[in-house]
Design a protein around this ligand. Structure first.
Ligand code: CTP
Length: 410
């Protein structure tokens, strides 16, 4: 796939170098286009070295000093030689110029000349992102999204601590996620068309008083990757999410919850319309039944808290699932397969995705995972360490196989 990578002038421009690498690793050829502002943050030479081709730095022929790294290809010819345009980071200024159809530099002129799909990954200060002008430009671009193969695909920014010191929406998502999005659009796989997937993600929070809670280290990345992968493959997705700073795919129906009880209600309400349920959330096992209205004050005394079990949502769905496919998760620190098999049996799952959360660099809070799929047939399949999005596709491949097998027996 021939990708044109537009880089805007924002602090996240350095992550575009990782994006270039991720695209190359996935078999794409990458033509980098740097705006003048981007070149204040990162050099064309970085992209020339990574992509093994000259970088486009201006609309007009490069002067001799720039010739080593700068390409003089024109925007019309490049438009004919490109399959997809991805812009990361897409700054507020670029979004405005794209929305208005300006053509004041190479990237914006190329954008007008290019008839194919455009992926925009905005990143900026929260106030700039939330400004009505930026949001209006996003709306305008979104309204031009015609078909998956044409038009605009906007990857909403993640929330978190931003380079400017503020916290909020505006972070560029992980470059591997952006790369995968580009691949999904370029090589659409529609093998989950017609499925409705109910996916739970992230931790739950159980209040101890108005300011304190019990929770766990789940980042939600596995569940969100599953949602992204399922949508890319044609499924309708209902994403029931605990509190995480990730941006959900805009195509998902997002239901935000905080506690295990809220998650249970959302899952049971959406069970009838779903064909597959994937429970990747790390649900708290215990909660405080009567949460005090006021903050608990410190004393010199020892204190203990009596907790009650939360409802086991997976087990409850297992009892009501009918012929739906039910996929559970098992986060373990030992006896991985035996524990996964026990959960498979006791909670009536069709498959359990088990991972060792005690291992460094995989599972909780990581970008990568390594899992064991434990099937009802007795088979186990290992998915080797890979970015969570790739693991998500591996899980969905097996969900698909289970579904086909189930339909054949009916
Ligand atoms: N789960 C759930 N409701 C709960 C607890 C867990 O639906 N109250 C689901 C999780 O979403 C996951 C699976 O059960 O899909 C396994 O979660 P895990 O915490 O590994 O297992 P537990 O059942 O809590 O068992 P244990 O504490 O014995 O490991």
């Amino acid at each position: 796939m021939r990708v044109a990578l537009g880089v805007g002038g924002g602090i996240a421009a350095y992550k575009a170098a990782e994006l270039a690498r991720a695209l190359m690793e996935r078999g794409c050829s990458v033509q980098a286009i740097l705006t003048a502002a981007a070149q204040h943050f990162i050099t064309p030479l970085t992209f020339a070295a990574l992509t093994q081709r000259k970088v486009i730095t201006s609309l007009f022929p490069a002067n001799s000093a720039e010739e080593i790294y700068s390409s003089s290809i024109d925007h019309i010819r490049l438009a004919q030689e490109t399959d997809i345009l991805v812009v990361a980071p897409a700054t507020a200024d670029l979004l405005a110029r794209f929305a208005q159809g300006l053509a004041s530099d190479f990237l914006t002129a190329f954008h007008l000349a290019f008839p194919g799909p455009v992926v925009l990954s905005p990143a900026m200060n929260t106030n700039m992102w939330l400004h009505p002008a930026t949001q209006a430009n996003i709306q305008l671009l979104r309204s031009r999204q015609l078909l998956r193969s044409r038009g605009y695909h906007i990857i909403p920014p993640d929330e978190g601590l931003l380079a400017c010191g503020t916290t909020g929406a505006g972070r560029l998502p992980d470059p591997i996620r952006i790369a995968q999005h580009v691949i999904d659009i370029g090589h659409p796989r529609r093998d989950l068309d017609g499925e409705t997937m109910l996916i739970t993600a992230g931790p739950t929070q159980e209040s101890l008083d108005p300011v304190r809670f019990i929770s766990n280290r789940s980042s939600g990345k596995m569940g969100y990757s599953l949602a992204e992968a399922a949508i890319a493959r044609g499924a309708k997705v209902v994403l029931v999410s605990g509190p995480v700073p990730l941006a959900a795919p805009p195509e998902a129906e997002l239901i935000r919850v905080r506690t295990a009880l809220e998650m249970r209600d959302a899952v049971l309400a959406n069970l009838p319309c779903s064909t597959v349920i994937i429970k990747s959330a790390a649900v708290a096992d215990y909660h405080l039944e009567n949460v005090p209205d006021q903050k608990v004050k410190k004393t010199a005394m020892r204190m203990s808290i009596e907790l009650s079990p939360t409802p086991d949502i997976l087990a409850e769905v297992g009892r009501q699932k009918g012929d739906r496919l039910l996929i559970g998760f098992a986060a373990e620190t030992q006896n991985l397969v035996a524990e996964a098999r026990r959960k498979l049996e006791t909670k009536n799952c069709d498959m359990v995705v088990a991972n060792l959360v005690s291992q460094q660099g995989i599972g909780f809070e990581s970008e990568e995972n390594e899992v064991m799929l434990v099937m009802r047939s007795g088979d186990t399949v290992k998915l080797d360490k890979a970015p969570k999005r790739r693991i998500a596709d591996g899980i969905l491949d097996h969900v698909l196989k289970l579904g086909l097998a189930l339909r054949e027996t009916h």
